[in-house]
Design a protein around this ligand. Structure first.
Ligand SMILES: Cc1ncc(COP(=O)(O)O)c(C=O)c1O
Length: 446
């Protein structure tokens, strides 16, 4: 914990408020350790039960995480705005940053011409009555989804994939409910699950998607929702294969107690076919974001599902944020309709594929087995994340620790290849090989 920050309070509510305030003011940073319950209780002259209640309350709200002997720590992205400009510290100057899991902005379609086109075609300003899902966007989305075998009768639009998933979980689950998530999985989703007070149950993943036995175990443990990434799984690159989809559909068939959510975030970028689970359970939703192929700043995703589920999401949005601006929806529609944009997205997909397979092959040349069937990340199992991460940083490369993505899975690193130049691949593979297997005599010896 930051040596400067003194937790204060004599009731559980005061203590948790004091810690929240520390996070808000950035005196407590993501990853900072909090004192053990007994130590804090002694310091504040309160009972251990009071200190434990304060930690429990913060845990339920996703501000802190308790991990066995590692104690209680501030979550990597607690759901409290911090005064620091960004919760994620900037990468040190001079480091090649492959840690961010973002598309290469140089490969996103430029928006200027389409924004100008929208401006030229703009009619009357849109008021409340005419707002909502743009019918032309819904029609285009239905066509695109039907081409991939996803039934899209009921449809709404959300502010990105995570917004859709949050609304889905909020509509079907209550704090304390268990939700099955891929392990390793998307760090933002793990943070969201924590912030909603839900209990994550990790489902192991291989290159073909979530393991059937893992999903079975999660169901047996009482999971009320299951979230599956269709393709370009973050961080492993897994893509649900036809065979795995068949097995999972058989396992899930008729489970009326489970909400099935599919996240097809890479879609046009994935370069592997979609094998959807949509419709396997009575309650289901399929979410396709435009963030990765067309740009994260568009904040648009299309959400389809069974009638009840879509009506809950759309109805809840109506009494809150309302709808996703029709200006953004029109912009997405214009991008979808432009063959030149489709060409750019396809070029980006090819480029990501070359970078990903290039790195996986180069690592294989050093005897290292890495994963990345689709998408923009390569997942490399290692024995010790911290030592490899540190050695890579010393060699000039920043990559992401697997710890951000794991619940109980083994250690690994995530390398985002989206901005990697193909010419850099041999040097990176060499640096990774050295970091994984330091030369004899390097580093510390017992
Ligand atoms: C697994 C996964 N789903 C969805 C997204 C996109 O989310 P959003 O649409 O909220 O930008 C990402 C982006 O990194 C992702 O990794």
């Amino acid at each position: 914990m930051s040596a400067r920050y003194q937790v204060a309070g004599t009731t559980a509510a005061e203590i948790s408020a004091s810690i929240e305030s520390g996070i808000r003011s950035a005196a407590l940073a993501p990853g900072d350790a909090l004192p053990p319950v007994r130590e804090l209780a002694a310091r504040l002259a309160v009972s251990p039960a009071t200190a434990a209640r304060a930690y429990q309350e913060l845990r339920q709200r996703g501000l802190v995480v308790t991990a066995g002997r590692h104690g209680t720590r501030v979550r990597p992205r607690p759901p409290v705005a911090s005064r620091r400009s960004a919760l994620r510290p900037p990468t040190a100057p001079g480091l090649r940053d492959l840690s961010r899991g973002e598309p290469d902005v140089r490969l996103l379609p430029p928006l200027g011409a389409h924004l100008a086109g929208l401006a030229a075609a703009a009619g009357e300003p849109v008021g409340y009555p005419a707002a909502g899902v743009l019918p032309e966007l819904a029609e285009a989305a239905r066509e695109r989804l039907a081409a991939d075998g996803v039934p899209a009768t009921e449809l709404t639009v959300t502010g990105g994939a995570l917004d859709g998933i949050e609304r889905l979980l909020g509509a079907h689950l209550r704090p304390g409910d268990a939700v099955a998530v891929e392990d390793p999985g998307w760090a933002n989703l793990l943070d969201l699950v924590a912030a909603l007070g839900l209990r994550p149950i990790g489902v192991p993943v291989d290159d073909d998607g979530p393991l059937v036995a893992g999903v079975g175990a999660a169901l047996a443990a009482g999971a009320r929702a299951l979230i599956v990434t269709s393709r370009a799984q973050n961080p492993t690159g897994a893509a649900v294969s036809a065979e795995r989809a068949g097995e999972l559909r058989a396992l899930l068939a008729g489970r009326s107690d489970l909400l099935l959510i599919e996240d097809d975030h890479a879609a046009e970028l994935a370069r592997v076919p979609l094998h959807p689970l949509a419709g396997a359970t009575p309650a289901w939703a399929f979410v396709r974001s435009v963030s990765k192929p067309f740009g994260p700043d568009l904040r648009v995703a299309v959400l389809v599902g069974d009638e009840t589920t879509v009506a809950r999401v759309a109805g809840r949005a109506r009494v809150g944020a309302g709808w996703v601006s029709t200006v953004l929806q029109r912009l997405v529609l214009a991008l979808w309709r432009d063959p030149a944009v489709a060409g750019l997205v396809d070029r980006a997909a090819g480029s990501y594929e070359r970078r990903r397979t290039g790195l996986i092959d180069a690592l294989a040349g050093h005897g290292l087995v890495a994963h990345g069937r689709s998408g923009i990340n390569v997942w490399l199992p290692v024995d010790d994340e911290t030592s490899v991460l540190t050695a890579l940083r010393d060699a000039g490369w920043a990559v992401a620790p697997g710890a951000l993505h794991r619940i109980a899975g083994p250690p690994a690193l995530r390398i985002t290849v989206s901005s990697l130049d193909e010419a850099e691949i041999p040097d990176l593979a060499e640096a990774v090989a050295r970091a994984v297997r330091p030369a004899p005599g390097a580093g510390f010896t017992a």
